[in-house]
Write a protein that binds this ligand. Structure first.
Ligand SMILES: [Zn+2]
Length: 321
């Protein structure tokens, strides 16, 4: 809501390894920006976090963020943890864990860790199923006596979502569960992946932002999926039209994997038995530092395009209120 009121958007980085999480925070720290780190099911289940078990993955992700968020280095960075594409039979139980959270003790202090905001992948759900899942998650929050902040999604890759569809989905979910929805992710002509973003329609963002806010009776931000192909001008137009959260995954992966590829190509000789610099090159720190040097400036570039640089102190202020 801070982003919407101050007309900027927060970058939501799909960070899929501990090093990627650190790099997202590094970029945010450097330009005093808030940042969202988000995880889809593939990240929670993936080797770096859950190693097959998404519940373990979420626990490790949440504790990692909590430790980093309390550290001297990143204390000034507002960090939001968001669940992104979660789908399949595990959806409800995993998101319920995200809402009710887990209790840990850290430095003698008891902490309750939960997701800051929740969304689910509705691409394989009917309207009825999408609404029923949202209702179940709201009920979980009510039963547990905790807050939940939800992002609701329409078929993001299916072209521009009609306003009638927005009423049938967002409007119906809001009237059945008033107050839980903070973000609406309709299709606005972008697509997931690395294809061209030629179909992006900022006007559709504006129409949806106005309608969703009317339906809710409070300001609702638009979450933009499939932002990888968008250039700086398009990102600025998106923010001006009412986008307050920009998901970023494919391009982020491309930059990181490309930098890693280059590192290994450039260091083939050092990675042979007997080379004097073998150990420092072969260590995880070697490739990750090299990737970071390429990746962090690109994240900063995006944060600046979205106008979130310099917003960390006032964002923190809203949390302390
Ligand atoms: Zn998405």
């Amino acid at each position: 809501m801070h982003a919407l009121a101050e007309q900027y958007a927060i970058l939501a980085v799909n960070a899929d390894s501990p090093a990627a999480v650190v790099d997202a925070l590094e970029a945010a720290r450097e330009c005093q920006s808030p940042v969202i780190v988000e995880t889809s099911l593939w990240q929670l289940t993936g080797h770096s976090f859950g190693c097959g078990d998404p519940f373990l993955g979420m626990t490790r992700y949440l504790t990692d963020l909590a430790v980093l968020g309390q550290s001297e280095r990143y204390r000034s960075v507002p960090i939001v943890y968001h669940t992104d594409h979660i789908k399949g039979p595990i959806t409800v139980s995993l998101l319920q864990r995200g809402i009710t959270g887990l209790d840990v003790s850290f430095g003698g202090q008891a902490l309750s860790l939960s997701a800051s905001s929740i969304s689910l992948d509705s691409s394989e759900l009917s309207v009825e199923e999408n609404l029923a899942t949202i209702a179940t998650l709201c009920e979980t929050a009510r039963d547990a006596g905790v807050d939940a902040t939800l992002e609701m999604e329409a078929g993001v890759d299916d072209g521009v979502t009609s306003l009638d569809e927005a009423r049938a989905l967002f409007g119906a979910a809001e009237s059945a569960n008033p107050g839980y929805l903070a973000l609406w992710a309709p299709g606005v002509g972008t697509k997931h992946g690395l294809g061209s973003a030629g179909g992006f329609e900022p006007e559709a963002v504006a129409r949806h932002q106005t309608l969703a806010s009317e339906l809710a009776g409070r300001p609702i931000g638009i979450a933009l999926h499939g932002s990888s192909g968008l250039n700086t001008a398009q990102l600025k137009a998106a923010v001006a039209a009412g986008v307050s959260k920009v998901n970023w995954s494919s391009e982020s992966l491309l930059i990181r994997s490309g930098a890693a590829l280059e590192f290994y190509q450039d260091h083939q000789e050092q990675l042979t038995k007997g080379h004097a610099n073998f150990k420092e090159t072969a260590m995880d720190n070697g490739v990750q530092s090299s990737v970071s040097a390429v990746y962090v400036p690109r994240v900063i570039e995006r944060l600046k395009a979205l106008g979130s640089d310099g917003k960390a102190p006032s964002f923190m202020g809203t949390l302390e209120d």
